[in-house]
Structures are given as structure tokens and as C-alpha cells.
Design a binder for this molecule. Structure first.
Ligand SMILES: *Cc1c(COP(=O)(O)O)cnc(C)c1O
Length: 460
């Protein structure tokens, strides 16, 4: 069979990697220079045997990766693909379907429809909303905001997809001063200008202040888009979305909610009420490759205005016609040719069920609280209210905190990055992985305290 040897070798190597990843040093063992050296050189004229190429990748990939698949990687906002999601993703690669249209892959189109319906149920979104599977949170925000741009200009009598932005009625965009930078990227790509936004102040946890939002909106007359977030990347705090929607809706302001980090918490009883307001938004996004723990790259966009969503994204051509009466995946995302990224999401949801997603969320939040408690008990200052899965900790002045972070990364038991929060330098612990156990938390906490004590003891 074609490729049998290659797939068997890949299977064995993947199993070996997954078996070892929980115990190896969490930082990448090989640096960029060494990797360039191993992987580089001239492109050969006549190619190399495929098995040899695969072996080269396996040898460097095993040690040049961060062990984010294991249970002790707390950098950025990073999940660890569920085994069933990884296996489903392998099948996606084996099927190698272009999933733009129903006619290209009826199977993936059907999986998308079932999965989209399940996601709306799980996340508390109305069943009539449209949805799209995109590469990540950034493109999900781009898509939601493109739908917003279409909708607010259409109501002002302007067809932005046909006539562009030159001469269009100006759009006011209102964001909080804690909005994720991917919103700025999306606004830039949409011609709305990253810096031409009005910024609303936030509270001590980074939540948008609703009174300030109302004041800002009171001075705006024409087309307007407001952006809120469910899950601050530093503190995890959720914007008060119900209250925000109560301000935006009567004014006809489009409300976009970036829920890349926090929207999954809607699956949990503990957080559902705080997120109930998303059903009153106009567009909502999240990342499946973060807290749902499916492989990269997978973002999701949901929209209360399916026509605006479709108008903003799709364009027929002579040879790519919409399938009459059917949902074509390409109509809801900027990407045309695309992999079947709904398939691993389907596998994850079907395996976990509603309770499984809620358990995953609650377990991560519990681990985050344990980190905060252990670090506070040792005398280090936790800078945020740990209401979700994020912990910010200071180990003293910026230099000391920086040295502790570097020591923790070098130590290799776990991995955390640094950040700035309200003028302070902090280490950021983000617990997002289904692989993290209580033992992982205790081992990581012990390593953090050991590294911090060593930096303290040196007094440098
Ligand atoms: C991660 C993140 C994004 C961007 O998502 P990508 O998948 O990296 O493109 C957007 N918003 C928030 C709040 C995020 O945490």
C-alpha cells in the first residue's frame, strides 16, 4: 500500500512522543540555531527518500518542540489536544478533502452542521445563529467584525462589499482598553484602523466599565461596533456582557464578543450565568484549539445575523457556485480551500459530552486557584482575582520576577511566561490543558517555589 511504511513509522514516532512528553523537560531542548543547522542546507536537486525525510523531522521535532502536550505547560493560553481529537485530525489528513463546498465533501459539510449545532447548545447561543470554522481566534474576530461592518453600513444605505470604504459613512468602533490585540489586527485588515477606535476604561480586573461605555456611546450617532471580551488574557476576567448588551442593543450598536479564552466556561454551571449575555450579542468568537483541547488550527465564529455573515464572506464565481438549499462551509469564513477542522471538534464534543466539557473547565479553574493559594501562602503576591483559569504572580520587583521566570523556564519542570499587568511585571500561569493533573500542579508549584527561593537566596 502506498505510504504504508511512512504512516506506520509516523504512528510509532507519535506514540513514542506522546508517551515521553509528560516526563521530559517542558522547554524545548534544542535552540533555534541548532535546529536551523540540523534542518537547513541546500534544497537537493533530486530529492531524498521520504522515510529519510520523515526521520529527520522526527529527530528534530521530538526535541525542538515545547512539551505543551504534557500537563505542565502554562504558557500563553495553550491546550493539549485530546487523543481522540488528534486521531480524528489524522483521519482528516488521510481523507485530504477540500471542504469549501458541500459537493466537495458532503461528509465534512455534515460534520460541520452537526458540530455547529452542538456548539451553539453547549455555549448558550441561539440555534438560528450562523457559524463558521476558521483558523483561529484572530480570523474568527476578523469574520465577526466583517459581518458587523456589512450590517452597520447596510443600515446606513451602503454596500461595503461592492463599493468599499472610500466615501462610506464612517464607522465608530468602541473597545475596552484591555481588548486583545487580535481585534486591532482584524480592524486593520477591515480598513477600520487599529488606532481609530474609542477606548473605554476598565476596572481593576480588566473588565469594561459599563457606565463609561454608555457615556461613550451617548456621543455617537452613526454606524457603530462595540467589542467586548469573555476572558481577559491576563486575569481571565469576563466583561459584564449582559449589562453591555443592555447598553448596545437599544442603540443599534453591533456587539462583538471575543471569547477566545473564556467562552467555553459557558458549559459550566459555575460560569454559565456570567456568560448568558453572549446570546444577546451580534457576533461571538472562540478558539477550539485553546480550552476545548483540539489540534491547531481551529477558531469559531457565531453570528446572530446569518445574512450579514454570509454577505461579508462569500462571493460566487463561474466555477464555484453555492449549493442550492445547502450550507457551504466557505460561505461563513474567509478561507476558501480548507481542511476539515470541524472533524476533531466533533470527536472532542462527542467524547466529552456536555459534562466532560464542564469538568475540563472546572478542573482547570480549580488548578488555577491551587496555584494562587500555594504562591500566596509562600508569601508571593497574586495580582488578580482568580475567577477563571489565569493567575498573575509577582516575585518582587520587575528584575526579581524576571529572574524567577527565567529560572522556572530553565528548570524545565513546567513552563510559564511573563507579562505586564497594571504597571507590574508578573508571571502568567494559564491552565488550559486537559492533561494537567493535581500531581502536575503540585510538582509545578514546588518547582516555582524552589526557583523563587533560589533567586531570593542569591539576593540578586
Ligand atoms: C488567543 C486569543 C486570540 C487570538 O486567537 P488565535 O487563535 O491565536 O488567532 C484572540 N483573543 C483572545 C482573547 C485570545 O486569547
Amino acid at each position: 500500500m502506498a505510504g504504508q511504511e511512512l504512516l506506520e513509522r509516523a504512528t510509532a514516532a507519535a506514540q513514542g512522543y506522546l508517551h515521553a512528553v509528560g516526563e521530559r523537560t517542558v522547554r524545548a531542548e534544542l535552540g533555534s540555531d541548532e535546529l536551523r543547522c540540523r534542518l537547513g542546507g541546500q534544497l537537493s536537486e533530486s530529492g531524498e527518500p521520504p522515510l529519510q525525510v520523515l526521520e529527520t523531522l522526527i529527530a528534530s521535532g521530538g526535541r525542538g518542540t515545547s512539551a505543551s502536550r504534557g500537563g505542565r505547560y502554562f504558557g500563553f493560553v495553550t491546550g493539549s489536544s485530546l487523543p481522540v481529537a488528534t486521531a480524528a485530525d489524522w483521519m482528516v489528513s488521510a481523507w485530504d478533502q477540500n471542504c469549501a463546498l458541500q459537493v466537495m465533501s458532503p461528509f465534512v459539510a455534515a460534520v460541520e452542521e452537526v458540530t455547529g449545532g452542538w456548539l451553539k447548545q453547549l455555549l448558550g447561543l441561539p440555534s438560528a445563529w450562523s457559524y463558521g470554522f476558521v483558523t483561529g481566534g484572530t480570523m474568527a474576530n476578523f469574520t465577526g467584525l466583517a459581518a458587523a461592518r456589512h450590517h452597520v453600513l447596510e443600515r446606513a444605505g451602503w454596500d461595503v462589499e461592492v463599493d468599499g470604504l472610500s466615501g462610506a459613512p464612517p464607522i465608530e468602533v468602541v473597545v475596552s482598553d484591555e481588548i486583545h490585540y487580535s481585534i486591532a489586527v482584524a480592524l486593520r485588515l477591515l480598513g477600520l484602523g487599529a488606532a481609530r477606535v474609542r477606548k473605554v476604561p476598565t476596572d481593576g480586573q480588566g473588565r469594561m466599565r459599563v457606565v463609561e461605555l454608555a457615556n461613550t456611546l451617548a456621543g455617537i450617532d452613526g454606524p457603530c461596533i462595540a467589542c467586548a471580551q469573555a476572558g481577559n488574557v491576563n486575569t481571565g476576567a469576563l466583561d459584564p456582557i449582559t449589562e453591555i448588551a443592555a447598553v448596545t442593543k437599544p442603540r443599534g450598536v453591533w456587539l462583538h464578543v471575543d471569547g477566545a479564552v473564556g467562552l467555553w466556561a459557558a458549559a459550566s454551571d459555575a460560569h454559565r450565568t456570567a456568560l448568558a449575555g453572549v446570546a444577546s450579542a451580534d457576533s461571538v468568537t472562540t478558539d477550539a484549539h485553546k480550552w476545548l483541547n483540539v489540534p491547531y488550527d481551529c477558531g469559531l465564529v457565531f453570528c446572530a445575523h446569518p445574512d450579514a455573515h454570509r454577505h461579508a464572506m462569500s462571493l460566487a464565481s463561474a466555477y464555484v457556485q453555492a449549493t442550492a438549499g445547502e450550507r457551504d462551509p466557505r460561505e461563513y469564513a474567509p478561507e476558501e480551500s480548507r481542511r476539515g477542522r470541524a472533524v476533531p471538534v466533533y470527536a472532542a464534543l462527542r467524547t466529552l459530552g456536555r459534562r466532560g466539557v464542564a469538568d475540563l473547565v472546572e478542573r482547570c479553574c480549580r488548578h488555577a486557584r491551587r496555584f494562587a493559594e500555594g504562591l500566596s501562602a509562600a508569601g508571593y503576591e497574586v495580582l488578580n482575582e482568580v475567577s477563571l483559569n489565569q493567575v498573575l504572580v509577582s516575585f518582587g520587583d520587575p528584575e526579581a520576577t524576571g529572574r524567577v521566570i527565567a529560572a522556572i523556564q530553565r528548570d524545565g519542570t513546567c513552563w510559564c511566561g511573563g507579562t505586564r499587568w497594571h504597571g507590574r511585571t508578573a508571571m502568567r500561569i494559564s491552565v488550559c490543558s486537559r492533561a494537567t493533573t493535581e500531581d502536575d500542579v503540585e510538582r509545578s508549584l514546588a518547582a516555582m517555589l524552589r526557583c523563587a527561593a533560589a533567586v531570593d537566596a542569591r539576593g540578586d
